[in-house]
Design a protein around this ligand. Structure first.
Ligand code: GLU
Length: 294
């Protein structure tokens, strides 16, 4: 069986409802997949049980349906795939690429960049420890981001990254590379808040000899104050009755304002129109967009 030429994904964390920023990531990755005639998968990143809000995975799926964003195949849940992360961790360990770290978060808070390598030669304290991936600090990860252009990330600035937390939970950085590879993802399209993480993810993929996807980072939405999307906006679940208006807003932010004839159109029609014009949007997208006051 030949593998499809394009497989994209949307990978929300079910820690609350979708908000405008996550809708932008969903719409951007959906349109990129559809315009390439590709598949669009949904994966729930629900490893951090303490942060998962019960019911929110289902609520996210209902929102995607109401917003005209049907996914292909079965939804994957990271919480059901931990055996795969354990295997990957074991392969990093046997290649000498991991070490145990006993540092508490507050001990590292003062560091302005990365992890200073405190436990590289062994944990400083006995007891439960996190596991970190040993980066090659001489390495700079360079890649072409389809929306952001040429990116270069110096690994020494990022530091050794946690791949399994002290409480035993596998970290996002490890799970994401394992899943993208096992699901055959060819194109990672997501918010620019994860641009830096791409440095670790590319290094992890190299160490695990996993297939390298293309990357494309969508604009991160910021408040006028320069801060992250306000809690009120994040907390306010997207209203399915406003789906057309919200999708139009996101399309404008992505540089594809829908024409007047489509005012009031259902979200699926807006998305179909936009998929046909996706290649006409500006080739480069901004890294951040400051929203007007709500
Ligand atoms: N689960 C991550 C988030 O909600 C996204 C991961 C990804 O797209 O790589 O921010």
């Amino acid at each position: 069986m030949s593998s499809p030429a394009y497989v994209g994904r949307f990978a929300p964390s079910p820690t609350g409802s979708l908000h405008l920023g996550s809708l932008l990531a969903a719409v951007g990755s959906f349109l990129d997949a559809r315009s390439h005639g590709g598949h669009w998968l949904v994966r729930m990143e629900d490893l951090d049980r303490a942060r998962v809000v019960p019911g929110s995975a289902d609520a996210i799926l209902r929102t995607l349906e109401a917003f005209g964003l049907p996914w292909d195949g079965e939804v994957e849940y990271q919480s059901r795939r931990t055996h795969l992360y354990a295997q990957a961790l074991e392969s990093l360990r046997s290649a000498g690429r991991t070490f145990e770290c006993s540092c508490a978060r507050r001990e590292l808070a003062a560091e302005d960049s990365g992890y200073p390598g405190t436990c590289r030669e062994g944990p400083r304290r006995p007891g439960a420890a996190a596991i970190r991936f040993r980066i090659d600090e001489r390495e700079t990860i360079a890649f072409e981001d389809r929306f952001q252009g040429a990116i270069a990330l110096a690994l020494d600035k990022l530091g050794d990254v946690i791949v399994r937390r002290r409480d035993g939970v596998f970290a996002y950085q490890l799970a994401v590379v394992v899943d993208d590879a096992s699901q055959g993802i060819t194109d990672v399209v997501r918010g620019a808040d994860l641009l830096e993480s791409t440095g670790w993810q590319i290094a992890l993929r190299r160490a695990l000899r996993l297939r390298m996807p293309r990357h494309a980072h969508l604009p991160l939405l910021l408040e006028r104050s320069g801060g992250k999307l306000a809690k009120s906006r994040r907390a306010a679940a997207l209203d399915a009755r406003q789906a057309g208006a919200e999708v139009s807003k996101v399309l404008r932010l992505l540089g594809l304002p829908p024409p007047a004839q489509l005012a009031g159109a259902p979200p699926a029609s807006l998305l179909e129109w936009a998929a046909g014009r996706w290649s006409e949007r500006p080739a480069r997208l901004p890294r951040q967009i400051v929203l007007e006051a709500a």
